[in-house]
Write a protein that binds this ligand. Structure first.
Ligand SMILES: [Zn+2]
Length: 78
């Protein structure tokens, strides 16, 4: 199972706005728009690879997604 990170935007803004207000990163399964925590994310939201996990580029990260991710990914892949 592969994962990627997808951005959530602040209430009332979307990726289509001229200046979208980024809120937090969620983890999703590759190509999906539903985060591990259950949050529905915009199909055109910014994504980045799960390699950003644990680096400054992956912050801030949804705490619920972080907990799910730790339990789903075998430790040797982290
Ligand atoms: Zn989340």
């Amino acid at each position: 199972m592969e994962y990627e990170m997808r951005a959530e935007y602040a209430e009332g803004t979307s990726p289509r706005d001229p200046e979208p207000r980024f809120e937090v990163w969620h983890m999703t399964r590759l190509g999906e728009t539903t985060a591990l925590c259950g949050r529905e994310l915009a199909p055109d939201a910014v994504r980045q690879t799960a390699d950003a996990w644990g680096t400054p580029a992956g912050l801030p990260l949804c705490h619920a997604c972080g907990a799910f991710y730790i339990h789903q990914v075998p430790h040797h892949l982290m």
